[in-house]
Design a protein around this ligand. Structure first.
Ligand code: ADP
Ligand code: ADP
Ligand code: MG
Length: 626
């Protein structure tokens, strides 16, 4: 067995690999960029080596530095994770040439599957059913157009070197083909440095079904059943599950056999995934599932397979890389229950899924889920990498159980002030078609706005938030804020229910049968964070006369709402007394004075008159008088 391992990746997948390595008694070496100097994966490893500046091109994508780091620390093997260099055959070769073990397939297998057209040809030769289309050498626009006409619209133009949902264009009519081709080739040139394309029949009511395969260096290949990844946005997976709902024994047998055949054709060793596209307009049928591509690495969604098979896929990778045979034979593998994974991203669905970067002041994960993450409270989501916060994975006896557990966890998750897609995921998991397993890759787009906008919590929830906050429960209006938005809500008559307190969390007695919100105290200024159906809001009482916000906490006065600084009444170093006016903020067309929470000295003054501020922006910090 390998004794020491360098992980050429970051974030949740680096932490995930370190966890299994530790279990197996393997020494771990992390690598990191400037932005990741204090990242969780760095602190989790036994050793860590700085490999460059924050942009991935200057660190995580620089193969020589990673190999040098392995040499310098005496690591025997390199695990590439997913993304970055994981499907780079030259890097795999360089690792081997340096006398290190590559935890992955042979570089030739990576190369054979690296271009979609070559991979499809290889599969065709191996008699694996492939998506109908054109894979030819002739890339003249005339020929491509003629082939598209022959295939029949709609068609999908795909960059052969594409990945991550990029370099694809759907074309619905012959007249649109030329423009779509040009734009696809432009994207392919800039993203992959290769303008070659293939053309596929666009499958209607498409379902993405993929099969986990595993090979060893003794010629054994098994499959670990299928996953369904049809919940996609812009061809990128959002929710994945295993097994695929509605897959009968015959269809499962056919697709898993095809996957093993495909892996065999690629002389596959290690973990891989064969992706298929299914025409699900009339359920799943063996003769309507076609090979799409192979990913020669561990997949983001591998945990759902682990949950239903009980196999630790990273452990298998390390054993196979050490030359051991696969730990289990095909007939020893079976499906147990149902598992679902949701990808939690720091992004704002209501704003076109714009990444939401910054410090995770509050991050509290739920308990039903396996949480694979690379961050913790206090970590920062930087603009340099994929803004994934975590993957939440639940496992139940049935699909319904797994969905219910995941929804419950999403409604409990607290993230602040960074915004996430948790509310979006919560609603998607509650969608009636999703629950009925009426899946296809267009579902999210069809739902439009309804999935994107987080509803505001109701008056009863707000009253309870204030009650718990210990702020004046007789307040007439509330200020509710998230990101750039603020709301002022009038209090509606609400019956107070009993509360039970455990730690910093409060759960309302659900005897009235209502969905309960959860509350969390803001660590800086003591405001209430209200978690409602996946979305976290900041709630304070609106006391326009007396001033809002500015609960005690550590003396940090944060903006209770997004707004504009009207005036600043103090200067840095000035002594202030409790209740003294520090500044005036205009928000929601009303002015609010922010007051000193206790006697002390203005330690930091970060507000300037006229400036626009976001909710939670630090305005003033008062240091308590001794
Ligand atoms: P999958 O088919 O498994 O979803 P993709 O081919 O879509 O995989 O690519 C994986 C995605 O993960 C890429 O978009 C890549 O940018 C992203 N990625 C790569 N490394 C990391 C990481 N360490 N943490 C989070 N995301 C990553
Ligand atoms: P990538 O390398 O970016 O992962 P894929 O070839 O795996 O590219 O396709 C990504 C997604 O695009 C699929 O999961 C599916 O949703 C959609 N897609 C791909 N091919 C087709 C097709 N022929 N018809 C309909 N949808 C497709
Ligand atoms: Mg793919």
């Amino acid at each position: 067995m390998i004794q020491s391992l360098l992980i050429a990746n970051r974030g949740e997948i680096a932490c995930r690999i370190i966890r299994t390595a530790r279990k197996l008694g393997i020494r771990t070496v992390a690598v990191y960029s400037d932005a990741d100097a204090s990242a969780l994966h760095v602190r989790s490893a036994d050793e860590a080596v700085h490999i460059g500046a924050s942009p991935a091109r200057e660190s995580y994508l620089v193969g020589e530095r990673i190999i040098a780091a392995a040499k310098q620390t005496g690591a025997q093997a390199i695990h590439p994770g997913y993304g970055f260099l994981s499907e780079n055959a030259e890097f795999a070769e360089a690792v081997q040439a340096a006398g290190l073990i590559w935890v992955g397939p042979d570089p030739d297998s990576i190369r054979a599957m690296g271009l979609k057209d070559a991979a499809k040809k290889l599969m065709q030769d191996a008699r694996v059913p492939v998506t109908p289309g054109y894979l030819g050498e002739d890339q003249s626009p005339e020929r491509l157009q003629a082939e598209a006409d022959r295939i029949g619209y709609p068609v999908l133009i795909k960059a052969v070197a594409g990945g991550g949902g990029k370099g694809m264009r759907r074309v619905d009519a012959a007249a649109d083909f030329a423009d779509a081709l040009a734009s696809c080739q432009r994207e392919a040139a800039s993203s992959f440095g290769n303008t070659q394309v293939l053309i596929e029949k666009y499958i209607l009511a498409p379902r993405h079904i993929e099969v986990q395969v595993f090979g060893d260096s003794h010629g054994n290949i098994v499959h670990l059943f299928e996953r369904d990844c049809s919940m996609q946005r812009r061809h990128q997976k959002v929710i994945e599950e295993a097994p695929a709902p509605g897959m009968d024994k015959a269809a499962r047998f056919a697709v898993c056999e095809a996957a093993v055949k495909a892996a065999r054709a690629a002389n596959y060793v290690g973990a891989g995934t064969i992706e298929f596209i299914a025409d699900a307009s009339h359920g799943l049928h063996a003769d309507r599932i076609w090979f799409m591509e192979m990913n020669t690495r561990l997949q983001v969604e591998h945990p759902v397979t682990e949950a239903i098979t009980g196999v630790d896929l990273v452990e298998w990778q390390l054993r196979v890389a050490s030359g051991e045979p696969l730990p289990l034979r095909q007939e020893e593998l079976s499906i147990n229950g149902h598992a679902i994974e949701a990808r939690l991203y720091a992004e704002d669905p209501a704003k076109g899924f714009l990444p939401s970067t910054g410090k995770l002041e509050v991050l509290d994960f739920p308990t039903n889920s396996r949480v694979d993450t690379g961050v913790e409270a206090g970590s920062t989501i930087s603009p340099f990498y994929d803004p994934m916060v975590a993957k939440l994975i639940t496992h139940g006896d049935t699909r319904e159980d797994a969905i219910a557990l995941l929804r419950a966890d999403l409604s409990y998750l607290t993230v602040w002030p960074v915004r996430t897609n948790a509310g979006f995921l919560f609603r998607l998991l509650g969608d009636s078609d999703f629950r009925a397993a009426q899946l296809d890759t267009g579902l999210i787009e069809r739902r439009g706005e309804t999935l994107l906008i987080d509803p505001l919590p109701g008056a009863a929830d707000l009253t309870h938030a204030l009650y718990w906050l210990d702020s004046d429960p007789s307040a007439e209006t509330y200020l509710i804020a998230r990101g750039l938005e603020g709301f002022r809500l009038n209090r509606a008559p609400a019956t107070q229910r009993a509360v039970s307190v455990s730690g910093t969390r409060v759960a309302f007695d659900a005897t009235e049968g209502e969905l309960s919100s959860h509350f969390f105290r803001h660590p800086r200024d003591g405001a209430a964070l209200l978690v409602f159906e996946g979305a976290t809001f900041r709630v304070t009482a609106d006391r326009t006369e007396g001033g809002a916000g500015g609960a005690a906490g550590d003396g940090a006065i944060l903006a209770p709402m997004p707004g504009r600084i009207v005036s600043v009444e103090v200067s840095e170093g000035q002594a202030v007394t409790a209740g003294q006016k520090l500044l005036v903020l205009e928000a929601m067309k009303m002015e609010q004075a922010l007051l000193a929470p206790f006697d002390g000295v203005v330690e930091t003054l970060a507000a300037t008159p006229g400036a626009q501020v976001q909710v939670d922006a630090l305005l003033v910090k008062v240091a308590k008088a001794e």
